[in-house]
Design a protein around this ligand. Sequence first.
Ligand code: PMP
Length: 454
Amino acid sequence: MPSKRDLTPNEAPRVSGPLPGPRSQAEIEAQRAVFYAGQTHGSYPFVAARKSGWLVEDLDGNVFVDLVSSSASVPFGAGREDLVEAATAQLLAFGNEDSHVVTNPLMTQLARRLLDLTPASLTRVDLALNGTEAVESAVRFMRRATGRPMILGFYGGYHGESTTTAGLGAEHHEIGQGVRGLGGGFAHAPYPRAYRTLFAPPHPGGSGDSTVDFIRDQMLFHAIDPAEVAGVVIEPVLGSGGVVVPPDGFWNALNELCEEHDWLLCLDEVKTGFGRTGRMFASELWDLQPDLMCLGKAMGGGVMPIGAVLGSEAVLGTFDDVSTGSTWAWLPAACSVALRSLEVFEAEGVLDNVRALHQVSEEVLVPLVDRYESIGDVRVQGCFVGIELVTDKDAQRRAADLQEALAAAILRRGVLVDSSTTTLNVQPSLVMDPASLRAALALVCEAVDEVLGD
Ligand code: PMP
């Protein structure tokens, strides 16, 4: 196996020969023989040997620049030593502990820090193992707090793969397959978006936002009694579903609708939280004061799994009979890394770097829309980029095959991007240096020209 010395940004990326290389190929065949047949859907055509910073080395010695960051769960690059040490110290002190049963002071410190950093409406915390579990618990809290069964989600939203979270989400019909017809209690509205919207600009005398007008005038008139709705679960910026930033007017209109019907507002910040959008939490972009907030992914510094549900006093302080969480939620090592990660944000100017990376993505990628007929839209928000491939600009029809071809051409150049079910997403490490991102995006542009150029 190549030495650690090889993984320096100057030498990356480095791809020799077709993918997968022979060693990866043998491993992929071995995996296919033992894993659930759907396990490796969407896997890259190589097998990783190790990672360092934002570089990934495969079994054949190819080195890739990682612009995916483990589904945006690794904010500061792979295996940062100070974070690993923070975890190791607590693993040596506690091993695992079920923090629901034997508590420790680290969890109190972490809960306090989270409440300090998040909107003032949130005063209490519940433990979760990851984002999926946080959303599962949030849905149960919403139903218990209101005594109402229905939850409103959004097309394009992703909340996890469990039965509840796949039913709440609607990124792509495949994710809810087998679930949608069974579990009731979820309704969906279109995510508020400028690109690929079917709505006209808001009409005078309406709520000020066409999506909310649609919910009010159509969904709540024809299909759903608002008194049956516990509330809304929404990603404040659509993540996996393609980096969509709602128009400002949406939030006022949504807040008014929630107030009118006593609905709870739950923000799923599992992906947007901890810096990805250029703010610590995306809720800060509009100064939102939600009733609940779900956290996960980058909360564990890319080292340990951890998630949380934050809630208002009315939701998390007034009843105690909803049983939530699981054995490994908030194990002491995960709390320790989460606390240390929050220090990294402050000490290392991470959010400033995210804004610098935003500039680079905007400068390099947004102009592609004017240059290529098949690039319908490019949206950038911090270290989140969504690229829409279309069969033609006017029709705005999705071009899944082109997206796959482009992702493969990018990969051949040694850059990892996330070809999601809706868009080609780019999610660099929050601490990547801007020059390295620029170099990696130059390779993305080269691939775009190869696949989409005349
Ligand atoms: N919510 C959102 C917005 C997500 O993006 C994800 C994961 N992509 C989840 C929830 C589920 O988190 P996890 O898979 O880490 O449990």
